[in-house]
Design a protein around this ligand. Sequence first.
Ligand code: HOZ
Length: 430
Amino acid sequence: MLENRISRALFKRAKEYIPGGVNSPVRAFKAVGGDPLFIQKASGAYLYDEDGNRFIDYINSWGPMILGHGNGLIEEAVSAAIKNSLSFGAPTKKEVEIAELITEMVPSVDKIRMVNSGTEATMSAIRVARGVTGKDKIIKFEGCYHGHGDSFLIAAGSGAVTMGTPDSPGVTQGTAGDTLLAPFNDPDTVKDLVAANEGQIACIILEPVAGNMGCVPPEPGFLEGLREMCDKHGIILIFDEVMTGFRLARGGAQERYGVVPDLTTLGKIIGGGMPVGAYGGKKEIMDYVSPEGPVYQAGTLSGNPVAMSAGYAILSYLNDHNEVYDQIEDTTNKIVRGISSNLKQLNLNYTINQVGSMFSLFFSPEKITDFNLAKRCDTEKFGAYFKLMLDQGIYLAPSQFEALFVSSAIGEAEIEKTIRANYASLKSLI
Ligand code: HOZ
């Protein structure tokens, strides 16, 4: 059993002053039971909590730490930037350099605007889509999560579904009415929605590989079909690549699947662990953004020099070291193969989804292609599994409805330990 006396005491204090004791809901461990661990530090593949326990990290800050924790390059870049002050609220050279780099790495992006989080990026992107098209409605997919902007908290995945509030109170009916919903991987419903709302739809937004209902890949032809539909009806296609950008390939899911969106939202890896988001796309669309165009969006800390330095350091590294993608995919393949073999040996028929270095073990025998199927998983069993893994030093996302992220710091020893812990955990659940 894990010794977590200090974490428990901190959680008790936190609950007095912070709603639910956390600054982001999934962290409260509500979906898996028990008290959250308070993390003190991390290094390479490992997290260390306040009680001195060590865990192999499969969250990696929900994606950004693709090179593991404490990467020297990023730390050096941040230290150098800090010496020049933490913030200016004025343009900097680093902003130009990172914009040039991103447009090189993600060819669909001609121009990019930096913001502070993925939520800001998606909120701004749909505003631009509405401004450009003069239309109000958007189509989103059930179980996709695009941050906590009002328009997206409808059938939302991630923490919203984990906490049982996929449709959050506080979102007005007017806003909700402009968000049309389709099941992920269901082009026919999208077609029907487009036909029933002809001339009213500004954009279709999706995670090209969903990571917020667990990892759910697009079925063959799904992304291509959306691209065609958008072209035919003058709808802007937005790929939310906050999770997949710079993770599934240098150019994100759009490179991996060869489908080009009009707008892309980014976050997580783009800041190397600092709070950063961004949205970008075709020049003619991005030129609608203020001060070039009429669509307003601004931010005091946008393009913050420290965050830009961290982001530039990690992106330049990834740009020059494409082999990282093969390495983390290979690591993930090994883990997934090990878990599959455990399932076989134990005669269990759970489902594993994987794309590159993202994966999920679903406690369900069904093929998981959408939110409804994901929701049919045995979440109680997942909770028990999560705790058993934690007890053996493996830190998974504390919800069935989140993808796991593999970093390049995970080596053979960690792979073996993870597979062994998975076997023991699954066995004790039978
Ligand atoms: N919404 C994030 C995962 N999809 C969780 C972020 C966090 O709790 O840090």
